[in-house]
Design a protein around this ligand. Sequence first.
Ligand code: ADP
Ligand code: MG
Length: 247
Amino acid sequence: MLEVRGLAKHFGGVRSVDGIDFTIRPGEVFGLIGPNGSGKSTTVNLISGLYEPTGGQILFEGNDIGRVPAHRRLSLGLARTFQNIRLFSNLTVWENLWMAENAPSHRTGGFLKRWIGGRKEARDRMKRALEFSGLAHRADDFAGSLAFGEQRRLELARALAAEPKLLLLDEPAAGMNAEEIAELDERIRLLQKESYTILLIEHHMELVMAVTDRICVLNFGRKIAEGTPVEVQADAAVREAYLGAAA
Ligand code: ADP
Ligand code: MG
């Protein structure tokens, strides 16, 4: 579904992402891990179109999207959440979903059909996304009044309302307590059952090891390992990268 080839992003002399390759297969939960500053968020920013690559290719369903604008990538079926929550705090939960819904649609049909049929469809989609995220009762509350864990869930709901083919989650558990992480774990498993394809960046190792099919490990902008959770955990280079980072 997604193939990254020799992907690179340099900021001046800083090689945030320095020529990485990986492939995400349909229906897979693919983990992207690595110490702080290893290039994980930059990779998601490249895939979602926030940054233009310095080099390399991003193939989504066979097409190079490396220079396609971000809103077009959303309409192609790529949706994301942010490591640092980005919501409109002075809009309601429902309005925050509308903002995402107003992005162009990858669903087919002529303009008129989409306009007439689309509004009810969009409402239903938004309702389902809110229910799935446990936020239906908060629809009319300001996003700014939500607890932190709820804001994270709203980010997820907003990405889901776009009915993405590939969902990019950048540290969705950051700042969550144990109970919230357990709920997130459950939600990711449900999405996986519904055959969503997911790229998950996460530093809660228990969560990553439990929900991912395969994992790519970055260090200093380069891939140092790739494999199943069991393989990656046993990898000497991975252990060293994490121990080095902790020291
Ligand atoms: P991670 O998400 O793995 O913690 P990032 O991808 O956020 O790491 O960052 C990787 C490196 O790239 C870091 O050294 C960071 O400071 C640098 N970096 C990220 N974004 C920018 C930017 N917009 N300008 C300059 N440097 C950046
Ligand atoms: Mg990051």
